[in-house]
Design a protein around this ligand. Structure first.
Ligand code: ZN
Length: 172
């Protein structure tokens, strides 16, 4: 696996959500999709009964981040399923639950929605890697993986070249 994360980490609990989502990935070197969910649950220490729920949550959240399904449509049923409760705390709104790791992850999603950060979590349209967009106007489309090295990727390069040519043509 060559995928690197530098500069793409999400703030606070959202990084754990990104970690779950990127257990499904397309590595740079093989370009064949791989599923590392089993290693993830081993590491997380989640109980057997939690596993299928976590996997369903991963697949649901991935479709929300890839914007193939509306976030509200995905997240609202999970709030009910995991019995998540809002609580007013000293620093604003918090969410509580007793639903293990899945509950922690959905609470992190809710906090990101409340802080208007959720839409900065994005899936690269080329390689589908999940990254957090730190740019000032949240305008990044592609992951930050560079084309450096034999296994490096250059996501978005075809579209970027096309845009560059179009700009050059229109200024002739
Ligand atoms: Zn990419």
């Amino acid at each position: 696996m060559v995928n690197s994360s530098s500069g793409q980490e999400a703030p606070d609990g959202l990084e754990a959500v990104r970690g779950l989502l990127n257990t499904w990935l397309i590595p740079n070197d093989t370009r064949e999709p791989e599923d590392h969910f089993d290693e993830y649950v081993e590491r997380s220490g989640a109980s057997r009964s939690q596993r299928s729920r976590l996997k369903a949550l991963r697949d649901d959240l991935r479709s929300a981040v890839e914007r193939s399904t509306d976030t509200a449509e995905i997240v609202n049923p999970w709030i009910e399923r995991l019995a998540i409760q809002p609580k007013v705390g000293e620093n604003g709104l918090h969410f509580t639950h007793s639903s293990g790791l899945a509950g922690d992850l959905v609470c992190a999603v809710l906090e990101a929605v409340a802080a208007a950060r959720w839409n900065r979590l994005k899936a690269c349209p080329d390689c589908r890697w999940i990254f957090y967009d730190h740019s000032r106007n949240a305008s990044k489309r592609w992951c930050l993986m560079t084309a450096g090295g034999p296994d490096g990727r250059s996501c978005g390069s075809i579209a970027k070249v096309r845009a560059h040519r179009e700009r050059a043509r229109s200024s002739e």
